[in-house]
Design a protein around this ligand. Sequence first.
Ligand SMILES: [Fe+2]
Ligand SMILES: [Fe+2]
Length: 192
Amino acid sequence: MQAIRIIQDEHRSLAAVLHGMLYLVTKIRDHGMKPDFDLLGAMVYYIDTFPERFHHPKEDQYLFRLLRIRHPEAAPLLERLEAEHRAGAEKIRTLEQALARYQQGGASEFSNFATAVQAYAKFHWDHMRAEEKEVLPLAEKHLTAGDWEAIDAAFAGHTDPLFGEEPSEDYHKVFQRILSLAPPPIGLGRVR
Ligand SMILES: [Fe+2]
Ligand SMILES: [Fe+2]
């Protein structure tokens, strides 16, 4: 069940980026740090590019679809999480817009941006917690070996840029910077 480890790793990389964003928001608000828009932009780009376009769709199409077949009682839980995937796509647009307004509009737009970051982080943490604490245990119990083969193949078929083996040089540097901001214990141990 390679997919379980991959899903957990991908959740940790997203959590690391969310922690990094919250850390920057706190530094800007409480310590007068100048915003690094390259970095904030890289973080939002990461969330939009990887979890929203690869991670959640693979959960929907493989893990959730097969679990619904093997364990129909999970349907309400899976419907809720699928609805959150759809809502997440809108929320990342909101976050992107809040960042653009902050970058163009300056300090008066900061509190809107900070609120958007906090809301997005809380939303995603709750979502990932439900997947790890509720969906994965049900999947381990009810899915067949054949199901896992299909799910493993899907999740192993792409590379998370945060943990991937040979990300492009620029991409790698961006994620090194993102990771270096994530407070321990998240992320720092995985810097290569
Ligand atoms: Fe998800
Ligand atoms: Fe997930």
